[in-house]
Design a binder for this molecule. Structure first.
Ligand code: UT7
Length: 322
C-alpha cells in the first residue's frame, strides 16, 4: 500500500496586498518585485482570529469535503509549518480539536518550505508499513508575523495561507519519494525563537525575524530540484517526458524558469501561482495542487513531480500518480 491523494482544499485570506501597497511600506517598486520574483500580490491575514490554526482547519475541512471522508475516519493529521500559534500544543492538535478528528494522532513537522513533502513522505511510510490507512497533510503559514516589515529584501516575498490534502492507503499513488537536509547551511535562511529569560541568562528580549541570503537559496534550489528529479525518475524507472506537471515550491518565478530551462522543458509543465500568493513556504505546493484540482487540470493517471526546498537547508520530492 502507498499514499494516494483523494481530496484537496485551501484557504487564502481575503485580504490581499499588491506590490504598490508594499511600496508604501518600504523602498521598493512593482517593477523590482515583478521582474525579480514574478510576485504581483500576496494574501495576508487581517485579524487575530484568522491565525495559523484557523487557516489550517479551513483548508482541512475543504479537503475532507472533497475526499468524501469524515473527520473520525482520519488516522493521522500532519501539519507542516514554521509559524504555529503556540509553541505547544502543536497546530495539528488544535486542528484535530477543531475538526473533531478524535481518532487521529496529530503532530507538526518543522521543515520550512520542504515541510509538505516531508509530510507526504512520512504518511507514505506509515501507509507502506500498514500502521495507518488515512491522513490529512496540511501546509500552513502565517509568515506575515515573522517577517520584518521594514526589511524590503524579505517582506515583499512572503504571503499567508494554507493548503491540505486527504490521503488514503491504496495500490497506486506515490511512486517514489525522498527527503533530505543539510544543517551546515542553516544560517542562509533563519528566524530565531524567543530568547531565554531565565534569571541566569542575560539576553535581549527583542523578537527576531526572518533573515535570508536569497542568492544562496536560489542557487541551492536550481541545483537541488533537478538532482531530486533524476534520483526519483531512476528509482521509478521513468523518464522526464513521462512527467505531466512539475508542482514546485512557489518561491520565485525565476527559480521555476531556471529549472525548466535546465531540464529543457516548456513552462506550461510548471504551473504557478506565485504571482497571486507570493511565497507561502510549507503551504505553497498544496495550495497550488488544490487550485489545479479545482480547475480540473489534474486528470486521473497524470504523473506529478513535486519538490519543496528551503530553510534547514531542507528538500523533499515525490513522483505521484494522480
Ligand atoms: O522559500 C524558501 C526558499 N526561498 C527562496 O527560494 C528564495 C530564493 N531567492 C530569491 O528568490 C532571490 O534571491 C530574491 C528574490 C530573494 C532576491 O533577488 P536577487 O535577484 O537575488 O536580488 P539581490 O538579493 O541580489 O538584490 C539585488 C539588489 C540589491 O541592491 P544592490 O546591493 O545591488 O544595490 C538589493 O538591496 O536589489 C535590492 N533589493 C531591492 N530593491 C527593491 C532587495 N530587495 C529589494 C526590493 N526592492 N524589495
Amino acid at each position: 500500500m502507498r499514499l494516494k491523494i483523494i481530496g484537496t482544499g485551501r484557504y487564502l485570506p481575503e485580504k490581499t496586498a499588491t506590490n504598490d501597497d508594499m511600496a508604501k511600506l518600504v523602498e521598493t517598486s512593482d517593477e523590482w518585485i515583478s521582474t525579480r520574483t514574478g510576485i504581483k500580490q500576496r494574501h495576508l491575514v487581517s485579524s487575530p482570529e484568522e491565525n495559523t490554526t484557523y487557516m489550517a482547519t479551513e483548508a482541512a475541512k475543504r479537503a475532507l469535503k472533497n475526499s468524501g471522508l469524515k473527520p473520525e475516519d482520519i488516522d493521522v493529521i500532519l501539519v507542516a509549518t514554521v509559524s504555529s500559534d503556540y509553541i505547544t500544543p502543536s497546530t495539528a492538535c488544535m486542528v484535530q480539536r477543531e475538526l473533531g478528528a478524535f481518532n487521529a494522532v496529530s503532530f507538526d513537522i518543522n521543515a520550512a518550505c520542504a515541510g509538505f513533502l516531508y509530510g507526504l513522505n512520512t504518511v507514505d511510510a506509515y501507509f507502506r508499513s500498514g500502521i495507518y490507512k488515512t491522513a490529512i497533510i496540511i501546509g500552513v503559514e502565517t509568515l506575515s508575523k515573522i517577517v520584518d516589515w521594514s526589511d524590503r529584501s524579505t517582506c515583499v516575498l512572503f504571503g499567508d495561507g494554507a493548503g491540505a490534502v486527504v490521503a488514503k492507503a491504496d495500490e497506486t499513488g506515490m511512486l517514489a519519494c525522498l527527503q533530505g537536509s543539510d544543517g551546515t547551511h542553516a544560517d542562509v535562511l533563519e528566524c530565531k525563537a524567543r530568547s531565554n529569560n531565565n534569571p541566569y541568562v542575560s539576553t535581549s528580549k527583542d523578537f527576531d525575524y526572518v533573515f535570508m541570503n536569497g542568492q544562496e537559496v536560489f542557487k541551492f534550489a536550481v541545483r537541488k530540484v533537478p538532482e531530486c528529479l533524476n534520483q526519483l525518475l531512476e528509482k521509478a524507472n521513468l523518464t522526464v517526458n513521462d512527467v505531466d506537471y512539475f508542482l514546485l515550491h512557489q518561491a520565485n518565478y525565476r527559480i521555476l524558469t531556471s529549472i525548466a530551462k535546465k531540464l529543457n522543458l516548456p513552462m506550461d509543465k510548471f504551473p504557478s501561482n506565485v504571482d497571486q500568493c507570493g511565497n507561502t513556504s510549507a503551504a505553497s505546493i498544496p495550495i497550488l495542487m488544490d487550485e489545479l484540482n479545482q480547475q480540473g487540470v489534474l486528470k486521473e493517471g497524470d504523473l506529478l513531480f513535486l519538490s519543496g526546498f528551503g530553510a534547514g537547508l531542507t528538500w523533499g520530492a515525490a513522483l505521484l500518480k494522480w
